[in-house]
Design a protein around this ligand. Structure first.
Ligand code: CAA
Length: 261
């Protein structure tokens, strides 16, 4: 795998862990980090050794403290739009990765950091993690998907409250509003993410992949089209070996051995 300057990528037992590694700037997303994330997500999507991806930040203080404000400061309108378009492209690559993704949020997840977590399928936070979209305090709005993904996840009223006030909330509240799936002590964070990844790995891989696609694509459709998509994907899975194996194993009262076929 390619070496990156701002990212660390490890692979073990089917689980990939991508760590944003710019701790002196609280892992803020500058153009280099974004470009490396772009390249890494394209590579990971095709990586046969990664079946679940965990995304985290280095250190115990920050997951990602947002887009790099020092770099953004001098941008003009066109450059601002390009930066947002590119960030959205990168985060959409993450959102649409063929593998399931888990954000292990280990500290501040502000602005682009909160948006990075939102582009993952599942979010687990440490007790010290903090979330917010403070962009209006900088004279801008969330630009890497926050106005859209946050509203879809927690509902427009809560998203508007968070975005209009720029307030920072703790993990406990993030879990209450549905922004986090679970909260654990920081020392257990990666273990917990790996435990969830391992549970996912035990399921039929094509079925997990189809679930992700049905949910993601379905959320962009009206209900009747989304249900038709579900029925189509449900049907396709009956032509897989793993469906035969899963159901045969049930009737034979044994554990299924899936082949990703
Ligand atoms: N961009 C660039 N540098 C950042 C940064 C960011 N988003 N966040 C932190 N840093 C840098 C600080 O400038 C500081 O660097 P120096 O030592 O060179 O001064 C270093 O990281 C440590 O940060 P602090 O000294 O500020 O640490 P703290 O503990 O006092 O505060 C914090 C932590 C509350 C997270 C604070 O750093 C902070 O508020 N950061 C900015 C958060 C923010 O506004 N994020 C949104 C960015 S806009 C955005 O993301 C747009 C979008 O949607 C795409």
């Amino acid at each position: 795998m390619k070496q990156y300057e701002t990212l660390l990528i490890e692979k073990k037992d089917g689980i990939g862990t991508l760590t944003i590694n710019r701790p002196k700037s609280l892992n803020a997303l500058n153009s280099q980090v974004l470009q490396e994330l772009h390249d890494a997500f394209i590579a990971i999507d095709q990586d046969k050794d990664i079946h679940v991806l965990i995304v985290t930040g280095s250190g115990e203080k920050a997951f990602v403290a947002g887009a790099d404000i020092k770099e953004m400061k001098e941008k003009h309108a066109l450059a601002g739009r390009e930066f947002s378009n590119f960030g959205n492209k990168v985060f959409s690559l993450l959102d649409n990765l063929s593998q399931p993704t888990i954000a292990a949020v280990n500290g501040f997840a502000l602005g682009g950091g909160c948006e990075l977590a939102l582009a993952c399928d599942i979010r687990i936070g440490s007790e010290n993690a903090k979330f917010g979209q403070p962009e209006v305090g900088l004279g801008i709005i969330p630009g890497f998907g926050g106005t859209q993904r946050l509203s879809r996840l927690v509902g427009p009223a809560k998203a508007k409250e968070l975005i209009y006030t720029g307030k920072v909330i703790k993990s406990e509240e993030a879990e209450t509003i549905g922004l986090l799936n679970a909260v654990v002590p920081i020392e257990e964070l990666l273990d917990e993410a790996n435990k969830m990844a391992t549970m996912i790995l035990k399921q039929a891989p094509l079925a997990v992949k189809a679930s992700k696609e049905a949910i993601n694509r379905g959320l962009e459709m009206d209900l009747s089209h989304a249900l038709a998509l579900e029925a189509e994907m449900f049907g396709i899975l009956f032509s897989t070996e793993d469906q035969k194996e899963g159901m045969t194993a049930f009737t034979e009262k044994r554990k299924a051995t899936f082949k990703n076929k």
